[in-house]
Ligand binder design. Structure first.
Ligand code: ARG
Length: 402
């Protein structure tokens, strides 16, 4: 009888390397290792070799960058999804896509089990497993980190040595880092004290604002229906735009975020993020919405953006709620087309200008010059009726006062 197969979300790091051997022995199973490329720069060399040397039966490397940009990042950008007003959700958006890719490979290869390398106190286990449950509820889910015997990194390294598992860096990085094209999440070490400012070495890509150039960077970003399509007049695809803005923003120290956030599992955690492109694009997109969205839509959409961010953070990407919110967001983006000029300077992003064929800004109505076409006289009647309810209320209060 052939062995059962386990599909594992493999990153090439210590945990998932140790996991291959540990699961193989424990379940006497074949291991199908899967790595998704979401634009991470580290630990992607020689992955196949490493996975096979560690004991995997097969290895797949999937380039998910384009799908990530078009089907995950862009909808989140259009929605204005910033978790608790700050976090652009890089890690959180990547998880459902990685989980889906793992499920696809598992089904193609007749796997009966899925495994991930998330810990028992984070959000990522929730995101993986909720996605598994919605896409392939019949597959058994294994989370070795929640149950195995290793209580420290050193214990895992000792196990790896004993079993000839190649691990790249045995030197301990003081931080836990998760990286993709939409941003980098940095945790642990001294960052666990929310009163301590992040040491410079915590940052992976951004220049410190103090050391950033004395000359500002200026960039024109064009959007069509809420999607960025060109930089400085040059049409580019979504992935190239994000890569270019990550580079430019990082050079100007833009995109550093430091927040205490509310995790799904009930704890607060202190997180450092670097997300230059995400910070710049969310800023520019929102400025364009200020110009082009009708007042009630603009004001209501803020709530939708928060709900959308919560849904991504909480791991319910594959849900009817997301589809419903996408419907609303999509309808709002019809006229979010135009150009935003932003300035990047020593860690900050600011606005230089915005223009759109769908602009609702009407200079003749707004001006205080001779060109004014606003009907000042109409204001009197309007205010009379608009304030009538409060006037009545106030009169009744006064009459009944003892
Ligand atoms: N707090 C962030 C989130 O929940 C970042 C998590 C980082 N994940 C990691 N495996 N290091 O999305």
């Amino acid at each position: 009888m052939s062995k059962e197969k386990i599909a594992i979300a493999y990153s090439g790091g210590l945990d998932t390397s140790v996991m291959i051997k540990w699961l193989k022995d424990r379940y006497d199973a074949d291991i199908v290792a899967v790595t998704g490329n979401l634009g991470q720069q580290k630990e992607i060399e020689n992955l196949e070799e490493k996975a096979m040397a560690t004991g995997a039966t097969s290895f797949s490397f999937l380039d998910l960058r384009k799908v990530f940009v078009e089907e995950y990042i862009q909808p989140a950008l259009k929605a204005g999804a910033l978790y608790e007003d700050v976090y652009p959700l890089a890690t959180a958006l990547g998880r459902p896509l990685l989980a889906k890719a793992l499920v696809d490979v598992a089904l193609e290869n007749d796997c009966t089990m899925l495994a991930h390398g998330c810990t028992g106190k984070g959000n990522d286990q929730v995101r993986f497993e909720v996605t598994f449950a919605s896409l392939a509820p019949h597959l058994k889910v294994l989370a070795p980190l929640r149950e195995w015997e290793f209580t420290s990194r050193e214990a895992e390294i000792a196990y790896a040595r004993k079993h000839d598992i190649p691990v790249s860096a045995t030197r301990k990085n003081p931080y836990s880092i998760d990286e993709n094209i939409w941003g980098i999440s940095i945790e642990c070490g001294v960052l666990e004290d929310p009163m301590i400012p992040p040491p410079e070495d915590a940052y992976q890509i951004t220049t410190s604002p103090e050391k950033a150039p004395d000359t500002a960077g200026v960039v024109d970003i064009e959007f069509v229906q809420g999607v960025p399509v060109a930089l400085d007049g040059k049409k580019m695809d979504g992935l190239d735009i994000i890569m270019a803005l990550n580079k430019l923003g990082a050079a100007h120290g833009v995109g550093r975020l430091d927040m205490v956030e509310n995790r799904v599992v009930g704890i607060k955690s202190r997180e450092i993020y670097e997300a230059p492109a995400a910070v710049i694009l969310h800023f520019a997109h929102r400025e364009l919405e200020r110009l082009t969205l009708e007042k009630t839509v603009f004001q209501y959409k803020r709530n939708v953006g928060q709900d959308y961010a919560n849904l991504i953070y909480n791991g319910t990407w594959f849900s009817p709620m997301r589809e419903a919110l996408d419907g609303f967001v999509e309808a709002t983006q019809k006229n979010v087309t135009g150009l935003v000029r932003v300035k990047l300077f020593k860690g900050s992003v600011s606005l230089l200008g915005r223009t759109s064929p769908w602009s609702l800004y009407n200079e003749e109505l707004a001006t205080y010059t001779e060109a004014d076409t606003f009907n000042h006289k109409a204001a009197e009647g309007f205010i009379h009726l608009y304030g009538l309810g409060l006037k009545t209320y106030s009169e009744v209060q006064a009459k009944n006062k003892v």
